[in-house]
Design a protein around this ligand. Structure first.
Ligand code: ADP
Ligand code: GN1
Ligand code: MG
Length: 367
């Protein structure tokens, strides 16, 4: 069956009112396939987000959906309690005709549908510093709302997702296997990783010694995983909940800095454009600490800058491993896409290493 037929089969298996008018490919995520659906109904156009979950990334889609049902249900309660709008401030799943919140197509792929949150924008880059501040408050607030969630009921949708020591091991194996014969092209980048083996252990060691708390975290806190309200300009809805799992708050902080405080895009080829903008870092720090509302421990506050460097290092290492393994994980749209992405991350790591003392001082201003 071709893609169009499959999408039609899938759409027909969900309970949606009205006549389907349009299906378009949507968003710029690296993992899932996302489409926007438009239905004409008696009350005007209604839109939805249709997603095919990436089965090679998420080995157990049913468990993943259990997490999302739990998390969105929990958030809706919290949002209702404070008089918010539960259909705009978190994701809303649509039921399929078989009563589940997902549908498995005739080729075995898993799909889900969310209400499209109208009147919002997700940004691939910071356009106004205020938006970055808003995303920080929203991710911090998300963490606070999830603080008393029964963490043990969450499945680990990707085992060891931000276990940087495990990622380091995976990376070394990718180098040793060299399945595409690409190692010779990237010796400098490989050396960059190998020189930071001791650093890769920092947060994992703190966790193993029980010195930093494990919390329910989002684990993929890119700017484009927040929907901003076009009318109020405020952060509205945290999306991309596939990786909500127990993790470290410093990594949630760090992943946002990695993506949003960079002066260039994640796949910029001109590395002279890439550095960590300390003004944006400051803005995010202020917003995140406000959003977390005093929930972070001293050890966490001390290690926020480590989280930023760790997430950037880990992400660069993951891009490089994927390049070495033949680009099977992250979506690419050009041959050296993952290599370009890896290089921006390593440029940022170097820059942040040089700025570490300033980054710590900024945290101290707001703690
Ligand atoms: P991926 O895992 O591939 O990043 P996301 O769940 O982040 O997939 O979705 C991709 C993009 O689709 C988002 O960045 C956002 O722009 C858009 N999007 C996702 N869900 C919604 C929604 N419920 N309403 C409006 N836009 C959405
Ligand atoms: C992926 O799904 P998306 O595009 O929001 C990845 C993140 C990476 C990010 C790099 C499940 O995020 O871990 O940091 O790309 N998500 C998964 O841009 O691997
Ligand atoms: Mg996303």
């Amino acid at each position: 069956m071709d893609r169009e037929q499959i999408v039609k089969e899938v759409v027909g298996s969900f309970v949606l009112l009205g006549d389907l008018r349009e299906i378009s490919v949507y968003g710029s995520g690296h993992i899932n396939d996302t489409f926007r659906l438009s239905y004409e109904t008696e009350n005007g156009i209604r839109r939805y987000i249709l997603q095919r979950m990436n089965r090679s990334v998420f080995a157990a889609p049913e468990e993943l959906m259990e997490n999302i049902i739990g998390v969105t249900g929990w958030l809706k309660e919290k949002i209702r309690e404070v008089g918010g709008n539960p259909e705009r401030e978190t994701l809303t799943l649509v039921k399929s005709r078989n009563g589940n919140y997902y549908y498995q197509d005739s080729e075995g792929e898993y799909w889900r549908i969310y209400l499209f949150v109208e009147g919002t924008t997700s940004y691939d880059q910071v356009e106004r510093p205020e938006d970055f501040y808003q995303s920080a408050v929203t991710f911090g607030h998300f963490q606070r709302m999830m603080a008393d969630y029964p963490a043990r009921t969450l499945h680990e949708t990707i085992p060891g997702f931000h276990n940087t020591v495990k990622r380091f091991g995976d990376f070394k194996r990718a180098v040793e296997a060299d399945v595409c014969g690409r190692v010779k092209e990237v010796e400098e980048e490989i050396r960059f990783v190998m020189e930071r083996e001791a650093f890769a252990h920092t947060l994992c060691d703190l966790e193993a010694r029980g010195e930093i708390p494990v919390r329910v975290t989002h684990n993929d806190t890119k700017l484009n995983n927040i929907l901003m309200d076009n009318e109020t300009g405020k952060g509205l809805c945290v999306i991309d909940l596939d990786t909500v799992m127990p993790g470290l708050a410093v990594n949630d902080f760090g992943d946002s800095i990695r993506f949003g405080a960079s002066t260039g895009s994640e796949d910029e080829k001109d590395l002279s454009k890439i550095s960590c903008d300390l003004d944006l870092y400051r803005i995010y720090t202020r917003g995140f600490l406000e959003g977390c509302c005093g929930a972070l421990t001293d050890v966490e506050l001390d290690h926020l800058p480590t989280g930023a460097i760790m997430m950037t290092f880990e992400c660069g290492m993951r891009f490089l491993a994927d390049y070495l393994e033949g680009d099977h994980y992250f979506k690419i749209s050009r041959k050296e896409h993952n290599l370009d992405r890896c290089r921006t991350q390593f440029k940022l790591v170097r820059d942040m290493e040089e700025k570490l003392e300033e980054m710590k001082a900024i945290v101290n201003e707001y703690r």
